[in-house]
Design a protein around this ligand. Sequence first.
Ligand SMILES: [Zn+2]
Length: 235
Amino acid sequence: MESRRCYWDFGYFPTPRCIDLGRVDIISAGAISQAALFSLARVPGIQMGGYIFDHDRTSLSNFNRNMLTLRGDVDHLKAELCSSRCAQVFDLTPVAARYSSTHQLSGRVLVGVDDIPSRWVIQRNSPGWVGVSGTSHFSVSSSSHRTSEPCSGCLHPIDDATIVGSIPTISYVSFWAGLSLAVRLLREHAGVPYPREKQHLWLTPLRMDLAHSSMWFPVPACPKCPVGCAASRRK
Ligand SMILES: [Zn+2]
C-alpha cells in the first residue's frame, strides 16, 4: 500500500524577536479560537491582550478539537477557561456573552465563528483588521480583511442554511483553521500580509497530498455586500 507524502507551508516571513501584538479581540472561544491561541502561545516572546467573547459552556462533544480544554472543564464557560489557560502568556479578559454591537472592538479582531450573519455584525463594528476562519464540509476557509479591502461580507454575502443538530467535526480541521488565523495575525503584525490574490485560503487538510487541497483566492468586492464596506461601495 502506497503511503503518500505532502508538503505545506504558509510562506516565509521574518518575525522580530519580541512580538507585542497589543490589543486583539477574539470572537468565540470555541475550537478555532482555541487552536489559534494554542498556536500563538508557542511563539517565543509573544504578548497580547484583549477581550474574548463567548456565551457558551464546554460540552463533552467539544473534546475532540478544543485544544485548551481539559476533562474537568465540562460546563465551564469557554471564554473564562481560555483566559485562565493562557494567563501566563496573554492578558485576555473573558466576556461571557455573545458579541453585540454595543462592544467597542479593537483594531485587530480574530473571528472563529461559523455563523455568517454574526460575522457581518463583527465586520461592521470593527475599526481595523479582521481575521476570519471557519470550517465547512471538512475544509477550512480562512481570510483577512483590512479596511481598504473587500470584507468578510463580500466573501460570504449570503447566509448558509441553518443546520439542525450536531455538526460532525474532525479535530485537525478545526486546528488548521485556527493555525491559519494565527499566521494571518502574525503576518499582519510583521507588516507582511498576504497579497490580494491570497486574501482567502480554502484548505482541505483531509487530503493535503492532492494538488487542489489548498486554493488561494482574491476576495472580489460584492456590490450587495451586507456589511456595506468601503470596497463594495466603490464597486
Ligand atoms: Zn464587503
